[in-house]
Design a binder for this molecule. Sequence first.
Ligand code: FUB
Length: 331
Amino acid sequence: MAKKVQKRYLVPEDYMADPAVHVFDGKLYIYPSHDYYSGIPEDDWGIHFDMKDYHTFSIDGDPMTGEVTDHGVTLDLKDIPWASKQLWDTDVCEKDGKYYLYFPAKDKTGIFRIGVAISDKPSGPFVPQPDPIRGSYSIDPSMLKDDDGSVYMYFGGLWGGQLQRYENNEAVNDIRFRQAGEPALPSRVVKMTDDMLQFAEDPKPVVIVDENGTPLDAEDPHRFFEASWMHKYNGKYYFSYSTGDKHELCYAVGDNPYGPFTYQGVILTPVIGWTTHHAIVEYNGKWYLFHHDCVPSKGYTPLRSLKVCELTYTEDGKIETIEGYDGELEA
Ligand code: FUB
């Protein structure tokens, strides 16, 4: 049974989506995608998500009440030499006092690659590298800095995110979606090089298994679609993700950054709007879920709004399911 909880819109004056959130220097920083009205008709490939820049936000104190600061445009499509369009979900990781912003964009041939941009401050601005990461593909990079200092990227997204174009990290000509009876197409995880600019190894599949250790089926409603996020709780690795066309945020738990991860349940039931996307972060001893919905745009999927609410665990480490549908509360 999903809980109804108090939620807060963080940037009511603009449309922001796909939050990545971290605590840097004791303060919460949010790295969202920046939606705007492009007028491009919606399709299954997400071409209506035609974003052209990123902003960074920070919150003073408690995310439910603290003042939100907009640090302005921190990376602009026109300044990225290799990219042509669609700045989708981003994330930031700190190492040795530098901040690395990872972002997907289509290159000049229409293929999604993942790039890096660097700043001395968590608020940016971020200066892009001239080329995307070698061997990168698909969308939705999400970063984990583990306790031993190793940094991992989780990435991938189906349909418009182009993950179905790749087998064993190679683009294939014969693109097909997996069918019932086949394992679901997995997200990917890869360790980063010490300089944070390249993959240190070949990306590996993030396998989600059921309680019997069997990988989730391609037609399982809880299979991975996009929007990877990783957080640690009581020493375990919590891999969370969107089920895309099933519109839920779900999670699976493992013992190490590579998995396998055992499916646990639903974090957030469907919101108003097609996509659902999130970050989970601890701040001052409480846990928070940042996500987006389309209530302010009256259900118009390309214009999404950032929200935050508290997230709770049961004593046995399960996340308590939150009700995503807030239409009647805020219409
Ligand atoms: O914002 C564009 C795409 O929509 C993201 O990359 C996906 O995760 C979905 O939220």
